[in-house]
Design a protein around this ligand. Sequence first.
Ligand code: HDL
Ligand code: ZN
Length: 413
Amino acid sequence: MKKADIRRIVEKNITDVKIIDIHTHLFPASFGELALWGPDELITYHYLIAEAIRATHINPSKFFGMGKAEQADFIFKELFINRSPISESCRGVLTTFSTLGINLDSMNLDDFRKFFSKITIKEYIDKVFDITGIEKVVMTNDPFDKTEVAYWVNDIEIDKRFISALRLDILLNDYQTARYELIKMGFEVGRSLNGIAKREIIRFLKENIKKTNAVYMAVSLPPDFKMPGKTIRNTLLEECVFEVAVELDIPVAFMIGVKRNVNPDLQLAGGSVGKSNIESIEYICQKYPKIKFMTTMLSRENQHELCVTARKFNNLYLFGCWWFLNNPVLIEEITRMRMELLGTSFLPQHSDARVFDQLIYKWKHSKKIISKVLIDKYEDLYDTGWPLDEETMKNDIVNLFGRSFYNFLKLKL
Ligand code: HDL
Ligand code: ZN
């Protein structure tokens, strides 16, 4: 192989690779109003709401008083017409439209809406999976979300491309609310978190994992999350969640560093980021060697120490450039750091998509950056004289876009 072949081989294999997207907020078409798609959902993504309110100083309650189409018209005019749509979230919308073959010349949102009026959601989901090469998406399934739970009750048919993950934010971050709901669901969880309550919570976890066929349990945690320590959350984690993780050999995903409602006026767009405590990760990996911990942290400042920690514990699996890190400059920096410290034993990206259309731009943008990093790393490798070959490179790329998720977590999907 010549050094000049590396670019072509990497670009071809990254273009063709089948993707497993291990963290999204997507639902199959059978979940009705929960399955979001189309230009108005795409343009009113909470990232763009935050940018539009910042740019225009519109009163948030005035903005949220508008209907969905009116909000989309407002954002489109303010961020895509009156200003250069140069932010990553704006650029993403345009990447999606142009990848779908929509001509942007008119920059007329009603024109763009016409494209979507001719296609059903099922046809569109097939089209998006086809364009992106995504094989599976992992959902975020909240057992306390009444709207979602209603869909699970009547034995709904689940599109095989959608895999479940049990999201435990309410249980672990708002136990009083969870306890109240658990009692209504028929679980015996009294005032104190005693033996009976813990057994009932374990039953709740196992029943929901079984019902949804969840492949991991996940929780997002604030920057002040600390283990060890005598808190309700830590007791629930160590004496319920981790018990189930060991018994069912199911991974636990920690997503650490989110400050919810820093500006509540922005609703879902009001969350922010804080540097978190890496010693807590060291503690859980050390104390629970049988549990596989998938971890992503939201603060850029945590990334290097997280990579080093992953070198210390082979039950720690890093994934994605989450949320405020899902920008080209940080995806490149973090992917380089991980590859140089961990080889290929991590998952560079997940989409976090809430709207189907986002899969198109989030993956197109990330593939371009991961490709650039890989070409650079392979060229460095080539210079050592190591006999690089196309098969090995292809295998690395298949791993980096999802197979390592299966292998590391021994998932038989
Ligand atoms: O907690 C999470 O899973 C985050 O991804 C939030 O859903 C956040 O609002 C988001 O969509 N980030 O991309
Ligand atoms: Zn998410």
